[in-house]
Design a protein around this ligand. Structure first.
Ligand code: ADP
Length: 320
């Protein structure tokens, strides 16, 4: 039996490195893709995971497959396609240290996942199915992702969703909003950033917006990550803020994925159904997720920055 199956993008992030010769910029090849980062965190916490997605039948694709295997993630649902090269994203850092992403995806292999590639048995046996919105931007990956979600729901599995909204990958904002809301509608567990809340809800007040989302779509929990400030949460019965940990952050890439991996781990470990959990139980679980996110910010990259159980326990015991 599997704990978590995730479906979505797997790509190369080219990140600028500082040790390049003066006047030149060098880019380092890093594995990227939020669903795979979340699975890496979960695998590190001891959960059995498997990934569904498409990469190119090229050196980058093979590198990504190796990376998943090295992280202990099942690759039986990973397709190496000849239809498009592995998707690439170049990271640019401006003078104010702000990051921007430029995607080479016209098309990229990650959008080439087809309905027929979805292994029904793989999805059906996992306790939880996780997805995001990058695999909803283009066909055929959109229909493939929707099919996987349907299989999970038919088998009464828990479903989690983190949109990871990247405006440049969408035809237009209305289409993005419509698809992200359809993802939220299908999910029991939803993670959003403050910007994403403002993007999908009729108000950018986090309290009101999350109330609107839960009323509209009946989710079990909405988590709104607030960077260093921690996380706001809302369930049908409770809401509140769980403060973040004070750490020396060097790179926030992957913090959201480490956070969500930590939260999903706690949900899988919980002795009771989500709806039966008290505010105190929920806040303890979110504290674990906050610690996982905080640790990821103290290391560079995403997959190499994912914390272990020992890391998280150390920070929780340290406190604040
Ligand atoms: P996302 O990448 O999804 O926008 P955030 O950047 O809000 O997510 O980070 C996710 C979680 O990681 C936060 O809720 C918090 O718990 C933790 N975190 C992020 N940045 C910091 C930081 N600078 N210091 C401590 N914790 C952080």
């Amino acid at each position: 039996m599997l704990d978590v199956v995730a479906c979505g993008e797997l790509l190369i992030d080219f990140t600028p490195v500082t040790h390049a010769e003066k006047g030149k910029i060098a880019f380092e090849q890093n594995p990227g893709g939020a669903p795979a980062n979340v699975l890496t965190a979960l695998s590190g916490f001891g959960k059995k995971t498997s990934f569904i997605g498409a990469v190119g039948n090229d050196a980058f694709g093979r590198f990504l497959k190796q990376t998943l295997m090295g992280a202990g993630i099942g690759t039986e649902g990973l397709v190496l396609t000849d239809d498009a090269p592995t998707t690439l994203a170049f990271v640019h850092i401006d003078q104010r240290s702000d990051r921007s992403f430029y995607f080479y995806r016209n098309p990229g292999a990650d959008t080439m996942l087809c309905e027929k590639d979805i292994n029904e048995e793989l999805v059906a046996q996992a306790r939880l199915f996780h997805f995001g919105s990058l695999s909803l931007t283009h066909e055929p990956a959109r229909s493939a992702t929707r099919k996987a979600v349907e299989i999970a729901k038919e088998n009464q599995r828990q479903v989690s969703f983190d949109p990871n909204y990247r405006a440049s990958l969408w035809e237009n904002a209305d289409e993005a909003r419509r698809m992200i809301l359809s993802g939220i509608q299908q999910a029991d567990i939803v993670k959003l950033s403050e910007e994403e809340v403002a993007f999908v809800a009729p108000t950018n007040d986090v309290q009101e917006a999350t109330e609107w989302i839960i009323k509209q779509y009946g989710n079990q929990i909405i988590l709104v990550t607030l960077g260093a400030k921690g996380c706001f949460y809302r369930t049908p019965n409770h809401y509140g803020i769980v403060e973040g940990f004070k750490v020396d952050a060097v790179d926030t890439t992957g913090a959201g994925d480490a956070f969500f991996g930590g939260m999903l781990y706690q949900i899988l470990e919980a002795k009771e159904e989500m709806t039966a959990l008290s505010a105190q139980d929920l806040e303890q679980m979110i504290r674990f997720a906050n610690a996982a996110g905080a640790i990821a910010t103290t290391r560079t990259g995403a997959i190499p920055a994912m914390p272990t159980l020992e890391d998280v326990e150390w920070l929780i015991n340290r406190g604040k």
